[in-house]
Design a protein around this ligand. Sequence first.
Ligand code: CTP
Length: 420
Amino acid sequence: MRIVLGVGGGIAAYKSASLLRLFTEAGHNVSVIPTEASTRFVGVATWEALSGNPVSSSVFDEVEKVNHVRLGHEADLIVVAPATADLLARAASGQANDLLTNTLLMARGPVLFAPAMHTEMWAHPATRANVQTLRTRGSLVMEPGVGRLTGKDSGAGRLPDPEDIFAAAMAAVNPLPAVPESAPGPLSGKTVTITAGGTREPLDPVRFLGNRSSGKQGAALAQAALDAGAHVRFIAAHMDVPAPGGVELIRVETALELRDAVHAAAPESDVLIMAAAVADFRPDSLSDTKIKKRDDGADPVITLIRNPDILAEAVQHRAANGGPARPALIVGFAAETGDGSADVLDYGRQKLLRKGCDLLVLNRVGTSLVFGQDSTEVTLLSPQDSETAPPATYTGTKSDVARRIIARVEQEFQAVPAVS
Ligand code: CTP
């Protein structure tokens, strides 16, 4: 397939080299069109060497080949990564002031934008309107990742991972058959936000504090919610398994990034399911350079500080919010063991009260660990449990359990007044 890779003028331009590699290794013929500004970050020679094709930013090079018409016409797919705020604006207003924007106007196949910019730029009404315009015209604009940006700031605006852009690009060319409208699911029209995987808290550029969460339960929940017809916003920390196709994917790394993504998603969500294993602590400082062994043999001391409780915060924000009660349902997870002073259920009930969520999925962590395993046993605790309506327990694969949880969400949801 012939692919045009447009490269905008942002620091993330270097990541497009990995994306180009993914395209060429999959056997595609890629013509790179960098903007003039982007060549300050990655030079033309790099793109020529990696793509094996001539590269230019200008309509006035190789004029006899009429590149400003030909490249867009011949491309089966155009991917713009990084798509800066400026490039989105130029594309949305139909400008043709360099080779890339000319090519976008000549496009006959799908066009995919992978944005990268600072959070404020992404949130600015001008950018929101430009993204909306492009989407309305049929272009695909990915949601940027949430995470560390160029400076010390972090938030929404990071270029999505090259693997995710590659997957979105392939899906753009071979879209999945649309779910037939005649078969709406019980969660059709609802947005379900699911967090999954384990956060990683960086110590220095190469080390982090992590946990063993595989993300399997979160991925299974996302699939079950998709099967029920929901729009799924999937906030993925580190995962051993791929995110299911069809979700709106937001990648995060740390607990604070996950918190930002949850805060951004919550007001637009009908259901929030916190399946991620969030680190309770993070190092109090991040070393800009690799922590070295000291000549005097002294051991490094790492001070940990508490991360916010994102689930409890989501419950508090909902209570404090004067607007419609969103998310209408907030689901937490807990992995507990019993001990001499209380059994697993008691600890689960205490956690349900402490977090204030509407449903708590209690994993009984016994001799066989939950993390990474394919099967599991859960009890669904709710504040409405009573002796006559005791909590239900399910055993099975993570997919079986996910379907049970989503079925319970559907059931609970029917009892919750609709929110406009
Ligand atoms: N969670 C969260 N923010 C944190 C820690 C956990 O939102 N900083 C969420 C998890 O996603 C999960 C639920 O809270 O849905 C329970 O996680 P768990 O680690 O069992 O709870 P903790 O509050 O850490 O309690 P414990 O003292 O038992 O570790």
